[in-house]
Design a protein around this ligand. Structure first.
Ligand code: FES
Length: 69
C-alpha cells in the first residue's frame, strides 16, 4: 500500500527501514523522503513508527519476563 503518494513510498518500505534501524521520523524523512512534500502522509508514517516502537517494547518485555521465570 502506498503511504506517501508524493514520493511513491509503500508501507513495506517504511517497515523495512524501521526493521533495519531507521527509527525516527527525521531518519525516515532523510532515508525515504516520506513526509517531505505535502506532509499528508506524516500521521500514517507516525502510526507505523509508533507500532514499531510498541512491538520493540513488547519483545523486550517478553524476553525480560522469560529471563525472570
Ligand atoms: S503524501 Fe507524503 S509528502 Fe505528500
Amino acid at each position: 500500500m502506498i503511504v506517501c503518494i508524493c514520493n511513491n513510498v509503500k508501507d513495506r518500505q517504511i517497515k523495512a527501514a524501521l526493521a533495519s534501524g531507521v527509527d525516527s521520523m527525521q531518519a525516515l524523512k532523510e532515508t525515504l523522503e516520506v513526509a517531505t512534500c505535502c506532509g499528508c502522509c506524516e500521521p500514517m508514517v507516525n502510526d507505523l513508527l509508533e507500532e514499531h516502537h510498541a512491538n520493540a517494547v513488547d519483545s523486550e518485555l517478553v524476553s525480560q519476563l522469560a529471563y525472570a521465570v
